[in-house]
Design a protein around this ligand. Structure first.
Ligand SMILES: NC(=O)c1ccc[n+]([C@@H]2O[C@H](COP(=O)([O-])OP(=O)(O)OC[C@H]3O[C@@H](n4cnc5c(N)ncnc54)[C@H](OP(=O)(O)O)[C@@H]3O)[C@@H](O)[C@H]2O)c1
Length: 271
């Protein structure tokens, strides 16, 4: 009789139906990779169809034996008028195309550059624009529709994304707005954990991470910022998406974790 090692921890995501909203780039793309490596079926989504196509092709090339486990759909979450219907349509499509309910949703979608501008120049309509719609209101619409499209029980989870600016506002003229919504996500996560229980809801708060989010900045500014951040963090480097993915995996796999906020920022919030 041959003995087999137990695989109590390795298989927690095996066969799970995972949707990564914002999974075509950066942190979300790394979560999609990690989920595939742990044996999940993965759907990535974002607003740009070319980006969706490219991300699916890259994932299929990186995991050729799991090609049929990767799907991708376009879904724009940046417009108030279409947000509710688009979120619902995305969840419905994933359930229809995979033939079963979704076990885990990870939300990393967040466009609109780095929310440039000045508070002094903004009205309420500007504040409730695409960056806030995608990062703050989209999770609320996700919570609205989750009971219909997600598997019930503590094995299922939603993981949202905020940022270190929730605790440590950034200079630049937009700190009031950025930090209000970033910190609001901490309360939203606790409330959603209550509303959707026993399904679990958690939040990841990244510090600076090297992703295409910074591509719109001029190269010199980007490189200067990376060097400055690298000198500031306790880890002495910029975060990597593959490091961040571990926190999202923990949120999906730890069936005892709910309402929690995980800070992963190289210690930058301490200095
Ligand atoms: N990188 C950092 O240093 C850092 C630090 C703290 C917090 N964060 C937050 O973490 C989240 C992920 O950041 P990241 O660095 O991974 O950024 P990223 O590489 O730019 O990825 C953002 C993702 O969101 C999608 N997206 C943008 N607008 C969208 C919309 N209207 N509807 C649906 N999807 C949309 C993008 O795809 P499309 O363009 O195709 O829509 C992309 O897949 C963001 O909320 C960001 O603010 C990042």
């Amino acid at each position: 009789m041959s003995a087999h090692d137990q695989e109590k921890y390795l298989n927690k995501l095996k066969g799970a139906n995972v949707l990564v909203i914002g999974g075509t780039s950066g942190i979300g793309f790394a979560v999609a990779e990690a989920s595939l490596e742990y044996g999940a079926f993965v759907t990535v989504s974002s607003s740009n169809p070319e980006r969706v196509h490219k991300a699916v092709a890259e994932l299929q090339a990186a995991y050729p034996s799991r090609k049929d486990r990767v799907k991708g759909y376009e879904c724009d979450l940046g417009e108030q008028a279409t947000l509710d219907a688009n979120m619902r349509g995305l969840l419905e499509r994933v359930v229809d195309d995979t033939g079963r309910k979704i076990d885990h949703v990870v939300h990393t979608a967040g466009g609109g550059g780095l929310l440039e501008g000045k508070l002094a120049e903004m009205g309420p309509g500007d504040i409730l624009g695409q960056p806030v719609m995608t990062r703050f209101f989209a999770p609320l619409m996700l919570a609205k529709h989750a009971p219909e499209y997600m598997s019930p029980g503590p094995r299922s989870s939603i993981t949202l994304t905020s940022g270190v600016i929730a605790m440590r506002p950034m200079r630049g003229g937009m700190a009031s707005i950025q930090s209000a919504f970033a910190a609001g996500l901490i309360g939203m996560t606790k409330g959603m954990a209550m509303d959707l229980a026993p399904m679990r809801v958690n939040l990841v708060l990244p510090g600076p991470v090297d992703t295409p989010l910074y591509d719109p900045l001029p190269e010199a500014v980007r490189e200067g910022m990376k060097a400055q951040v690298g000198g500031t963090t306790l880890t002495k480097r910029f975060g990597r998406p593959e490091d961040l993915a571990e926190s999202y995996l923990a949120c999906m796999k730890d069936e005892n974790l709910t309402g929690a906020s995980l800070e992963t920022n190289g210690g930058i919030s301490l200095v």
